[in-house]
Write a protein that binds this ligand. Structure first.
Ligand code: GEM
Ligand code: ZN
Length: 371
């Protein structure tokens, strides 16, 4: 090999090693390319799949991390992250892309903590639940202050007000006796929701997710269920009542894990609001009906919290690195929480798996089911 060529190759290698991760906003094509880039760099621990399409036909892509992508392994919990449900709240989308690159890179670097996480957990990442809203917001760009377009989907529907309202059933059940878990979908639910919502509901039903976070912007706080207060119907959004679930202790713990591992969320004073410990019960902040978080809890085994991650919904590109560094540890620690507590298999006397077995915890009026 000529000296010149070898010097050039060395330079190339050096550049690759020291080249900083680029922090930029990703339009739809760029997002798809980035997901495939990560998959190509880590083909044995990742898989890309689409859960459906947006109103305008854009795929809702999920990147899965697992030591056996595409396969549910016994005792390996399924977890998910959802970003950009509101198209103009873009930080979650970028953080989830950063997280994807980080997981892949650190696995390749044999980082023990990350390797273990990927071996023991099946992680599903949906960076954008509302790609149409994002494009509308990005066309305006981050420069214009004030209200941004693109919160809703292309049919002008707020996806976090579009899930079936199971809270109403549950309040009824609370009064008249009946469960507050695995509440059924209403008849014809598909015709009542947007395509993005339908895709996410089918996704939630096809994996036994047990832990999840939904990434938003416009405040800095970790928000946990319930989002809807019992008085919502009468006093509407002005009703702010602490509305804890039977799993309040666990939800508060999960929210605190995020806020304390985050660079500044736990300090409580952010964006002109004060939230002690950087956490809040949803309905005690303001009541919200037909949100995704309550639906997770009332319909599935999944415990979801809503993370509000930045005062500015569309931060400038120059702020993305600081945001990533502020959230990186929290995003990892939150996933690690899925390994706390009890896990096991429910077997019959012949040691066969019992699927759908109902598991009740004494003192907590909310059952989960075996997968
Ligand atoms: C919220 S979601 C989080 C706040 N939840 C409650 N109950 N106050 C929404 O959908 O309005 C905020 C957001 O859009 O980020
Ligand atoms: Zn939002």
């Amino acid at each position: 090999m000529s000296d010149l060529l070898s010097a050039f190759l060395h330079l190339l290698l050096l550049f690759k090693l020291v080249a900083p991760v680029t922090f930029r906003h990703h339009r739809y094509d760029d997002l798809v390319r980035t997901l495939y880039k990560v998959h190509n760099q880590c083909p044995y621990i990742t898989r890309i799949y689409s859960i459906g399409r947006s109103v305008k036909g854009r795929h809702l892509y999920v990147l899965e991390f697992s030591d056996y992508p595409g396969i549910h392994e016994a005792l390996e919990p399924e977890v998910k992250y959802v970003g950009n449900m509101h198209g103009d709240e873009v930080l979650g989308r970028e953080l989830l892309l950063q997280l994807s690159e980080f997981l892949c890179e650190e696995f390749r670097n044999q980082n023990q903590r990350i390797t273990r996480l990927i071996q023991e957990t099946r992680i599903h990442i949906l960076p954008s639940m509302n790609p149409d809203g994002y494009e509308a917001a990005a066309n305006r760009g981050p420069k214009i202050p004030g209200h941004l377009v693109g919160r809703n989907n292309a049919n002008e529907v707020d996806l976090n007000r579009n899930f079936p309202d199971l809270n109403t059933y549950f309040y009824y059940n609370e009064k008249h006796g009946g469960p507050n878990h695995h509440l059924p979908l209403p008849d014809n639910w598909e015709s009542q929701v947007e395509p993005e919502t339908e895709a996410v509901i089918r996704w939630m039903r096809s994996f036994n997710f047990v832990l999840s976070a939904n990434l938003h912007g416009g405040a800095v706080v970790a928000n946990y269920p319930y989002d809807k207060s019992p008085g919502h119907r009468f006093r509407n959004a002005h009703s702010t009542t602490n509305s804890p679930t039977p799993d309040d202790k666990l939800f508060r713990k999960l929210a605190k894990v995020y806020s304390y591992a985050h660079g500044w969320m736990h300090q409580g004073w952010n964006c002109g609001d004060y939230f002690p410990d950087g956490i809040t019960n949803g309905a005690s902040w303001y009541s919200l009906s037909k949100g995704m978080q309550d639906f997770n809890y009332l319909h599935t085994n999944c415990f979801e919290i809503t993370l509000e991650l930045s005062c500015n919904k569309f931060p400038r590109q120059e702020e993305l690195q600081r945001e990533w560094l502020g959230n990186r540890e929290a995003l990892i620690q939150f996933l690690e929480q899925v390994h706390h507590g009890i896990k096991g298999m429910v077997l019959d006397e012949n040691h066969h798996n019992l699927t759908g077995a109902v598991i009740s915890v004494s003192g907590i009026n909310h059952d989960v089911t075996a997968d």
